[in-house]
Design a binder for this molecule. Structure first.
Ligand code: GDG
Length: 472
């Protein structure tokens, strides 16, 4: 395997398990190939008095055999590329929320500028036979910018968030530019068959691309490969976390504290895509419809702070506070608080304990690329007495986790009924469902995802049938 170069907005040290997610997933292959991970440092450099900030200075850190290379951004670039275009346009539109998108014309120029900066800084660090894997919506045009600098290496792109249907995508000014940029890659990967389907329909209808079979599409004088590669969990790493003292202690304390109650859990970044207000309304409906849940059902909702510089996030924060207050005010008793809402980040080492102590998990996003919390909940359960997963049909995970109780989160009544069913579910059925779910997350774990994507990337060299029309 040639050297792997990973590019993503943020970089993490793969040696630290607290990093979780992508870092753990990519650790093996980065270590084995002496890889390089490139991205933004997370730091903003302010302009010095009277001048522009010096951005783009590279900082290199060695993490075992892996090189972590990061750069700072100027305030202006950060605001346009990160806050403006990535999180103010692409995130809402890709989650079907045109109403929340801010199509300020200045943002796209900043997005492009930072992608060019990344390309300019990365190109001199590359070797001829590197395999480059670019992650997520912040960096869609990166391959096109690298190609413009003469890079011929194999480059793959994975989109962690959903891709909406063609007519929603087409609402983005410059959508054709974005999708053309994808044709600079050799392989483009999505979380689900649904998202992959949206890509196929878009390129056929809007880009007049030709389907040449086996997931290959020809347009702009290039033939590229596309497919679904659902991301998974590092089940072993998560099991190790679940059996470590922090998680066990958390589980025991929760079980003791809630011994006379049935615990429900939600763990999300505070984001409008996660369907938190709808979830709380469904929980309120449960309390309304099923009086036997009083003094018993207790929802612990962790909403970890995220992107607080984007205004839509302040709105949802206020809505949640008000809903929790009214549920506790109307249904609470002196000795029972129905909702415990925590707007803070909980240590990763304690999460498996919280999941394991809960009878039901509510994972009910309005739209989600995959949703790893659903898989973490399954992995944390006691197979002899497992909890039940209530999962939105609009999470990418619903394509795989068919034995969960699938719900439409917009339908508050039906969701309340499903939660009730979950709370009542007999042990035999809980075990059978959990066994099937566990088999799925074990088979399609994060190593499967990583290997499947990289195997496909190694095989998928784009063909050029003329001068590629990738000028952006
Ligand atoms: C994007 C896509 C896709 C949450 N609260 C706390 C905490 N978390 C951890 C969870 C989980 C992760 O954050 C969240 O992952 P998700 O997959 O649910 O969602 P996004 O952050 O939106 O991620 C998503 C994912 O990329 C991967 O491709 O699945 O669809 O939107 O691991 O446990 N961790 C800690 N404290 C918290 O309070 N430590």
């Amino acid at each position: 395997m040639p050297r792997l170069v990973v590019v993503s907005n943020r970089v993490a040290d793969p040696r630290k398990t607290a990093a979780g997610g992508l870092a753990v997933a990519l650790a093996d292959v980065l270590n084995n190939t002496g890889g390089l991970w490139f991205g933004w440092s997370g730091k903003i450099v302010e302009p010095s008095a009277g001048g522009r900030a010096v951005e783009g200075e590279l900082r290199t850190q060695q993490a075992g055999p892996v090189k972590l290379v990061t750069l700072d951004l100027s305030r202006e670039d950060h605001d346009a590329y990160y806050v403006g275009y990535s999180n103010g346009v692409l995130w809402p539109v890709f989650h079907y929320r045109l109403d929340l998108a801010d199509f300020d014309a200045g943002y796209i120029a900043g997005y492009r500028r930072v992608n060019q900066l990344f390309a300019r800084k990365l190109q001199p660090l590359l070797r001829g036979d590197d395999i480059i894997w670019v992650h997520d919506y912040h960096l869609i045009p990166l391959a096109a910018e690298l190609r413009a600098l003469g890079c011929t290496q194999r480059i793959g792109f994975f989109l962690h968030i959903p891709l909406p249907p063609p007519l929603i995508l087409a609402a983005i000014p410059g959508h054709d530019w974005l999708i053309r940029a994808l044709f600079a890659y050799d392989l483009v990967g999505f979380q689900s068959e649904a998202d992959h389907g949206h890509f196929c329909r878009y390129v056929e209808a809007e880009a007049r691309a030709q389907n040449v079979g086996e997931g290959r599409w020809r347009a702009f004088n290039r033939t590229i490969q596309a497919g679904a590669f659902p991301i998974g969990l590092d089940v072993e790493e998560f099991n190790a976390l679940a059996t470590a003292p922090d998680a066990r202690d958390m589980c025991e304390r929760m079980r003791r504290e809630y011994s006379r109650r049935k615990l429900l859990v939600g763990v999300d970044r505070l984001d409008y895509s996660k369907g938190l207000p709808q979830r709380l309304r469904a929980f309120r409906e449960l309390l309304q419809r099923y009086p036997e849940t009083h003094n018993s059902a207790t929802l612990i909702q962790i909403a970890s702070p995220s992107r607080e510089d984007v205004s839509a996030y302040t709105d949802i924060l206020h809505e949640l506070e008000s809903l929790c207050g009214s549920i506790n005010g109307n249904y609470g008793e002196l000795e029972w608080m129905p909702v415990r809402y925590i707007h803070r980040t909980v240590a990763r080492s304690r999460l498996p304990g919280l999941y394991r102590a809960s009878r039901v998990a509510l994972v009910t996003p309005l739209r989600d690329g995959m949703n790893l919390v659903a898989k973490e909940f399954i992995a944390s359960q006691d197979p002899l007495d497992p909890g039940v997963l209530v999962l939105s049909r609009f999470a990418g995970a619903a394509e795989q986790l068919k034995e969960a109780l699938l719900v439409n989160p917009y339908d508050v009544e039906a969701t309340a009924n499903a939660i009730h069913l979950a709370l009542q579910m007999p042990l035999e059925e809980r075990r059978a469902r959990h066994q099937a779910l566990m088999a799925n997350i074990r088979e399609y774990d994060v190593h499967w995802w990583c290997d499947a994507f990289l195997d496909a990337l190694v095989k998928a060299q784009a063909e050029e049938t003329g001068t590629p029309w990738l000028r952006l």
